[in-house]
Design a protein around this ligand. Structure first.
Ligand code: 13P
Length: 255
């Protein structure tokens, strides 16, 4: 059975005090013996402090971005080695805000993913269609092309280090989450794609998270879907109480 995964993407939110307070609140409620995986993705300047705060708890830490080159003359960028050094185990790649606001393309996402996995991080690869693409019935085509481009040259051997997150762009930060049918259908499509590109074992073992307006009141329904193995939460991960309820929903459906 695939272990449920609850991830909190803090995006460009919090300051040092609120980041460590949030981390402390979560760490108190998440034990190392959890039946689910929990990770938070704070802004880069607070990674070290958050890692220190959650040490010894069941909360893992990841970064929202990484650069694909080895350390060197890349002004403003952050390497895999630096992220490992400050206690990260995870990194997000291909998030829609980076694809659409910063202009990251599949080939850059692909380079980041390969370098991160090969040099010691686990990766959450985000994919998802825009509203226009959904309305023009291109959802599956867009997912296929993001998956193929982002996983170009990635062997099955690397797949245990990769989690997929389906995040429809129209559901991010809008309060409009995908219906259970829409989520299940996209996740089923992604799982079928993995079977075709790799094999049945990769398809059945790779976790696929849903992201987009996940809140305490809709998490359980989404987490109960057979192809939804967890959630990637934005806004609702910024409060201990709300995020803890989402973690509890994942525990409940894992029983
Ligand atoms: P919201 O939960 O705020 O919609 O954000 C989702 C997201 O982008 C997580 O990466």
């Amino acid at each position: 059975m695939r272990r449920k995964f609850v991830a909190g993407n803090w995006k460009m939110n919090t300051l040092a005090g609120s980041a460590t307070a949030l981390a402390k609140g979560l760490a108190e409620g998440v034990l190392t013996t959890e039946s689910v995986d929990v990770a938070v993705f704070p802004p880069l300047p607070y990674l070290a402090a958050v890692s220190a705060t959650v040490a010894g708890s069941g909360v893992r830490v990841g970064a929202q971005n990484v650069y694909h080159e080895k350390p060197g003359a890349f002004t403003g960028e952050v390497s895999v080695e630096m992220l490992l050094d400050v206690g990260c185990q995870w990194v997000l790649v291909g998030h829609s805000e980076r694809r659409h606001l910063v202009g990251e393309c599949n080939s850059l996402v692909n380079r980041k993913l390969i370098q991160a996995c090969e040099r010691g991080l686990s990766v959450i690869l985000c994919v998802g269609e825009t509203l226009l693409e959904r309305q023009s019935h291109q959802t599956e085509m867009v997912l296929n092309s993001q998956m193929a481009g982002s996983l170009l040259g990635v062997d099955a051997a690397l797949m245990p280090k990769i989690v997929i997150a389906y995040e429809p762009v129209w559901a991010i930060g809008t309060g409009v989450n995908a219906t259970p049918d829409q989520a299940e259908s996209a996740h089923h499509h992604l799982r079928t794609w993995l079977a075709g590109r790799y094999n049945r074992m990769v398809s059945e073992s790779t976790r696929i998270l849903y992201g987009g307006s996940v809140k305490a009141n809709n998490a359980k329904e989404l987490l109960s879907l057979s192809n939804v193995d967890g959630v990637l939460v934005g806004g609702a991960s910024l409060e201990v109480e709300g995020f803890s309820k989402i973690i509890q929903a994942a525990r409940d459906v894992s029983r």
